[in-house]
Design a protein around this ligand. Structure first.
Ligand SMILES: NC(=O)c1ccc[n+]([C@@H]2O[C@H](COP(=O)([O-])OP(=O)(O)OC[C@H]3O[C@@H](n4cnc5c(N)ncnc54)[C@H](OP(=O)(O)O)[C@@H]3O)[C@@H](O)[C@H]2O)c1
Length: 353
């Protein structure tokens, strides 16, 4: 089968700020199902910003020659010992978060936890993938393979940050910064589906307008110097929760924007990893800052039920045909112009299975 792997760059090592490891298509054997595992014939894979960070060398323990990307959907073609045969032929998508069943705070055994598309776990830019039975879920019937592949990593991250840690419920007032982000967009769709009042920020007027169409009540451009005052004036502040992937200088502004007892559920730091905040705000406001990392199988199951019941469709920004076009999807992600997910449709050179 063909897979996309990262490749050691030739010549002298690039400066860390210029690193972007090349990729290539490689031929490897189709894996045999082992006890408790499922072989999925992948039909589509999708990218997350993390996949670019991996090529930029920003993740620990990067191993050249590893199959890339975390999100995928396809058909079950074989199962290992102990897995129900009835799974064969089912249209599925895969939870990227492997080794976390339902423990509310962290994986049951952090040493056995990993995310697909980062060595030693396999990736989804491949014709087939072998994964544990526990991370294989029926694809809701209203979704195509491309839409299914668009959901797992960003959808699960948004679900945990919004529903589990953000405690979002009908009528809550929720702020979602940087709405062009893959995770942020799912948080918006889920929050609107739950019945929350959602406000968003973006650096792009076009993305703000699209978020309003998806159900946001109001939107502010964070590139305006006075965006916090503008947001406070328009929305009245008092947010129950901020679902945030930006951090940096924004965090102290979110402390101002939440209501007493409000939650900042943080999953990313695109605006800066180091944050200065005035600690008395935390206790005088009874504020809670909660770190949200991916999610578990119980949350994936709950998210899948919600998607099936509400017939939610993910925003797909672009679909590229064939593994040989994956680099175009990576370039689009690097440029950051997308609104929604970037998907690669997988064509099969070898159709023995
Ligand atoms: N904890 C986890 O489990 C987890 C999972 C997935 C991702 N992440 C992290 O979450 C972050 C976002 O990931 P992603 O895949 O959603 O990335 P992405 O699709 O590339 O989105 C990044 C978004 O950040 C927004 N942004 C940039 N500067 C901003 C600022 N100053 N203020 C507010 N928003 C700003 C942009 O929004 P606009 O385009 O609207 O301006 C951009 O679309 C990354 O740091 C990633 O590593 C964490």
């Amino acid at each position: 089968m063909r897979v996309i792997v990262n490749k050691q760059p030739e010549g002298p090592p690039p400066k860390p700020s210029e690193r972007y490891d090349p990729i290539e298509i490689k031929s490897v054997p189709v894996p045999n199902p082992l006890k408790g595992t499922v072989l999925v014939k992948l039909r589509a894979a999708a990218l997350n910003h993390r996949d670019v960070y991996i090529r930029e060398g920003q993740y620990p323990a990067i191993k050249f020659g590893s199959t890339l990307a975390a999100d995928g959907a396809g058909d079950v073609v074989a199962v290992g010992e102990g897995v129900e045969e009835s799974l064969v032929g089912r249209k599925v998508y895969i939870n990227t978060s492997v080794g976390w069943e339902s423990n509310p705070r962290v994986p049951e055994d952090p040493r056995k936890y990993g995310v697909l598309g980062h060595w030693p776990l396999p990736g989804t830019l491949a014709e087939y993938i072998l994964v544990p039975r526990s991370v294989v879920f029926d694809l809701p019937a209203h979704l195509t393979y491309e839409e299914g592949a668009a959901i797992p990593l960003a959808g699960l991250t948004a679900w945990r940050a919004l529903v589990t840690l953000g405690e979002a419920k009908k009528g809550d007032k929720i702020l979602i910064p940087g709405i062009g982000g893959g995770v942020a967009l799912f948080a918006l769709q889920f929050a609107v589906g739950i019945g929350c009042e959602v406000w968003v920020t973006s650096g792009s007027e076009e993305k703000l307008a699209r978020a309003i169409k998806l159900g946001a009540k109001g939107a502010v451009n964070y590139k305006n110097a006075n965006w916090v005052a503008e947001l406070e004036k328009k929305s009245g502040g008092n947010f129950d929760a901020v679902i945030d992937g930006s951090s940096g200088p924004n965090t102290k502004q979110f402390l101002r924007l939440i209501k007493g007892g409000g939650i900042i559920s943080v999953y990313g730091a695109v605006a800066g990893s180091n944050v200065t905040i005035t600690m008395p705000y935390i206790w005088f406001k009874s504020a809670q800052i909660r770190g949200s990392n991916m999610g578990n199988n119980a949350e994936f199951r709950a998210m899948t039920k919600f998607i099936a019941e509400t017939k939610l469709k993910p925003e797909v920004s672009g679909v590229w045909d064939g593994l040989e076009n994956a680099e175009h999807a990576y370039q689009e992600m690097r440029a950051g112009k997308q609104f929604g997910k970037l998907v690669v449709r997988i064509k099969h050179a070898d159709s023995r299975l």
